[in-house]
Ligand binder design. Sequence first.
Ligand code: PEP
Ligand code: MN
Length: 366
Amino acid sequence: MALPAVVNMRFGVIAKIARIRYNIPRNTTEEISLMILMLQKNTPEPAIRQLLAQLSLQNVKGGCVAGDNAILLPLVGETWRLDPSALQALPFVIEARRLTPAYRLAGRAVHPENTVVTVGDAAIGADFCLIAGPCAVESAYQMDTLSRAVKDAGAQLLRGGVFKPRTSPYTFQGMGEPGVDLLVQAGRSTGLPTVTEISDASQMELLSGVDVWQVGARNMQNFALLKALGQARKPILLKRGAAATVEELLLAAEYILSGGNEQVILCERGIRSGLTAARAALDVSSIPVLKRLTHLPVIVDPSHAAGRADLVEPLALAAVAAGADGLLVEVHDRPATALSDGAQALTPAQLTQLAEKTARLRAALE
Ligand code: PEP
Ligand code: MN
């Protein structure tokens, strides 16, 4: 049975009714979290009272509206703690639906202003940010060459993986510990803050000298890792899983935020569609959607979506046009010899050209 039209009322109207019903002052900054339950019309009153009493133990208050075909319980309070599918399994409950999202800290209701993550000279979320570097740290020579090229191209941060989550266990897994020093050294000598992937909470100490920790697409729902990063005081670049919805990405960010770490940057890097000619389908529409739903910065990695160097620039420009707060781009001085992701690596000259085109596009859009 479909929910009655009242449920589809605009959120603002429902929030207004809830403010009046629960005496929440109009000028309060407290956000209103709402859910609605639809019960069978013959639900006995004691069952409704018991349900509301149980909900009040979870800091959720509820009203009761008896309709001709069903009984509606509008719920207000800490509804983000409730699980609609668990509620739906209760006797007499026909449907449970959230009217406000479960990612309350990542959402704009609690935090309307954009979050700005400051790293070195970069104010990610306020100013456009270019992060570039090799897929993997490979040698001192490579990091020296590339860090200078990245700096000359105008990037604000230097990336380089040392723990590589590769699909096959037989491919290059990253340099590990010795690679950390090479990345940090290259960052120091060029004055660029660094980004690397953290694939396990046990690496936190080893990676403490790196400025931003990246959570890879494969780890977006590694909840033990996300919880550990919530305790850290380090910016986290959280990549969208290749098969994750926008809501799942925001709930993954919520794990970090709810631990007390407010410095989260989201990254769209392409999702699996099975239809695209590229490595993954860059979900350009997720950029304006995320910018509307969340206050967190949204950057885009065109390299992993493209899988081929010639597709990186058009995808990057599409992302910029769609409102991305920055780009994460893979570069290599000799892509043909790269130990990982060489096919999608831009040369330093191509990176410089991309940075220039990006700047022109942003100026044209202003
Ligand atoms: C990477 O940035 O090198 C990487 C492995 O990315 P992703 O997790 O998006 O595949
Ligand atoms: Mn890569």
